[in-house]
Design a protein around this ligand. Sequence first.
Ligand code: NAP
Length: 247
Amino acid sequence: MTMKESVALVTGGSRGIGRAICLELARQGASVAVNYAGNEQAALETVEACRALGVEAEAFQADVADPAACEELVKAVKDRFGHLDILVNNAGITRDGLLMTAKAEDFDKVLDTNLKGAYFCMKAASKVMMRQRYGRIISMSSVVGLRGNAGQTSYSASKAGILGLTKSAAKELATRGVTVNAVAPGFIDTDMTSVLPENAKNAMLTTIPMGKPGAPEDVARAVVFFARPESAYITGQVLCVDGGMAV
Ligand code: NAP
């Protein structure tokens, strides 16, 4: 297997970190399936940008919080490209609020998308990958999944859950040539963080030894490191991309 022969599925590939991952995978020659939830225009822009790099790319709408939609998504990608070698569980949302006042339905929404979404996609993709005896699964955690963050109980619980999911799946799939790893970004410039109030952003920056936010491309390069065929003996790992935030 080479990167040029690889087919990658990136959930939430329409914008932000997911788009940067799609483009970095395309730069390495992989075919790219760009999943999105509702933003078709952004997904099609990612697809066009991948194609401009000389690879095959296609957009696939699916809500990762829906288990049947995840099964369908993996099947559609396999039908279109013939195989599935790289799964990047990137789709994610926030519904921030203090523990005492946060709504239970927001907790469910965040867990359904960020954690169960990764689980459903991993479950569907691992069947294909185990049969192939080859696969790379990379899921997006977060520094707040390692360290916690006031006002983000649901989000940090979902991102801590990704770590347990990653380590357990790594052990289950290890003998079949399927590696499972996680990337934990710190504070990255995307739509997700642009909505934060200026004082919250400034407070966050003071916790970063490098004193600046990361770019989506910084995260994408770490994801592609795990996605390479040569990273075959690395599994169950978590790589922080955070300017030193979690040190
Ligand atoms: P973003 O700019 O808000 O983009 C979110 C992406 O997820 C979009 O492509 C969106 O699709 C997709 N998405 C949301 N809900 C979905 C669903 N139910 N099904 C399928 N796709 C869905 O976020 P980002 O900042 O790039 O974050 C990407 C990942 O990195 C997330 O898992 C996030 O938790 C994690 N992360 C981000 C940071 C940061 O500082 N930005 C730090 C640590 C971890 P549509 O375009 O269709 O809405």
